[in-house]
Ligand binder design. Structure first.
Ligand code: CA
Length: 227
């Protein structure tokens, strides 16, 4: 559990600090976003495991932020609100929140709900909601889809397999021979140039279209997808 990262989106400074203290005491790392303005950037970079999201915020409200997060990520979202009526809870869940907690709440209940959401996420990953990501690029093997923001990128089967493999091993430099063996298989007859060719295809369909660099060349060795 230690080191799981939680993004706290809460404009009331006292509550935000209280949450941070409680969560850090329980072993989580926290970052506070007092306005919600940088949630999408944070989530896009994939640095968090859960969001605590207040509904009433000074700018864009929590419901709208929640909906936008859902376009790019399955990250667990626990909504916090002073509104305890059924309609508010339904609205929160309908906008993509996983759970809803009414203020004031006990830190004991908050922590229990966070644990439950993180467990569910791990279980879900093992079943079939798995996705891999490199920065803000998400790969959904079940749907055979690659997504950056709201853009869906179409890849051929082999391109998709190669990108998934790079994402599964992100931040690890992979040798051409290793990529060839793991993506094309032992029985592939041919040389490692095929890897370079497919990396070029991927770059033209992903990096160049999105305008960001996901796949890096390590001279004399191979390739790495850097987060
Ligand atoms: Ca608030």
């Amino acid at each position: 559990m230690a080191n799981e990262r939680i993004l706290i989106v809460e404009d009331e400074k006292k509550i935000a600090r209280f949450l941070q203290l409680e969560l850090e005491h329980a072993g989580y790392s926290c970052v506070i976003d007092f306005t919600g303005a940088s949630v999408i950037d944070h989530i896009g970079q994939g640095h968090f495991d859960l969001i605590l999201l207040d509904v009433m915020l000074p700018g864009e409200d929590g419901l709208s932020i929640c909906k936008r997060v859902r376009e790019i990520s399955n990250i667990p979202i626990l909504m916090l609100s002073a509104k305890d009526d059924v309609d508010s809870k339904v609205a929160g869940l309908d906008h993509g929140a996983d759970d809803y907690l009414t203020k004031p709440f006990s830190s004991k209940e908050l922590l229990a709900r966070i644990r439950a959401l993180l467990r569910k996420r791990v279980g879900g990953d093992k079943l079939n909601e798995s996705s891999y990501h490199v920065k803000d690029l998400y790969i959904f093997p079940d749907r055979h889809e690659v997504q950056v923001g709201t853009t869906i990128i179409n890849l051929t089967k082999k391109e998709f397999e190669l990108l998934t493999y790079l994402a599964q091993n992100k931040n690890t430099v992979l040798k051409r021979e290793q990529i060839l063996e793991d993506v094309w298989g032992y029985d592939y007859v041919g040389d490692t140039n095929i890897v370079d060719v497919y990396i070029r295809y991927l770059r033209s369909k992903v990096d160049e279209v999105v305008g960001k660099k996901y796949i890096h060349t390590v001279r004399g060795i191979g390739y790495v997808a850097r987060d």
